[in-house]
Ligand binder design. Structure first.
Ligand code: PNS
Length: 162
């Protein structure tokens, strides 16, 4: 049984993330979306529980996708599965530089674990969680950027942040 791990900070999950997750779900038997801590992003908008809840709602219609959370190293989490592949989306060359470095670090920590990069769909190349947070902060329309069912919650949370 092939397993993909889609790791990220998902602050919040966007339709761009979801597009990569769906494509991974069509390639692998089993996909785990793992909500993790990125030490360079120190003040997240959402709590882990909120991110988990949003991600679960977002992937509810994809049968072979589950959501999990882990606070340690990705390679430690990956040990739970048999030969998992880390799947990351790439929007631009700048993503590649960062993700390629992450891949090398993860390889150094555990040479058995490979990373697969999926190029983002052209229509999502502009989209990131930080763009969503910024737009939410200013009360802009989030339709088409995050799953529809998450919009009221994200808008409410953004009001508390203002
Ligand atoms: O969505 P992001 O912020 O680009 O995801 C980055 C993430 C969370 C996947 C990355 O920071 C990560 O793997 N964090 C867990 C700790 C770890 O294993 N770091 C890599 C070695 S420095």
């Amino acid at each position: 049984m092939s397993t993909a791990i889609c790791p990220g900070s998902f602050d919040p999950i966007t339709v761009g993330h979801l597009s990569i997750i769906r494509r991974a779900a069509s390639i692998f038997d089993n996909v785990v979306v793992c909500i993790m801590f990125n030490s360079t992003k120190i003040s997240p908008m959402f709590t882990i529980e909120e991110k988990l809840d949003m991600a679960c709602k977002a992937v509810a219609d994809i049968p072979n996708v589950t959501v999990d959370t882990f606070s340690g190293l990705l390679v430690e989490y990956a040990k739970r599965y048999d030969k998992p592949v880390i799947v990351k989306g790439l929007r631009a060359a700048s993503d590649f530089e960062y993700e390629f470095q992450m891949n090398l670090i993860n390889k150094r920590l555990n040479p058995d674990i490979d990373t697969m990069f999926l190029p983002a769909s052209e229509k999502y190349t502009f989209l990131s969680s930080s763009v969503v947070r910024e737009l939410a902060h200013y009360g802009a329309n989030l339709k088409g950027l995050v799953p529809d069912e998450l919009i009221p919650f994200i808008e409410e949370k953004a009001k508390q942040w203002r």
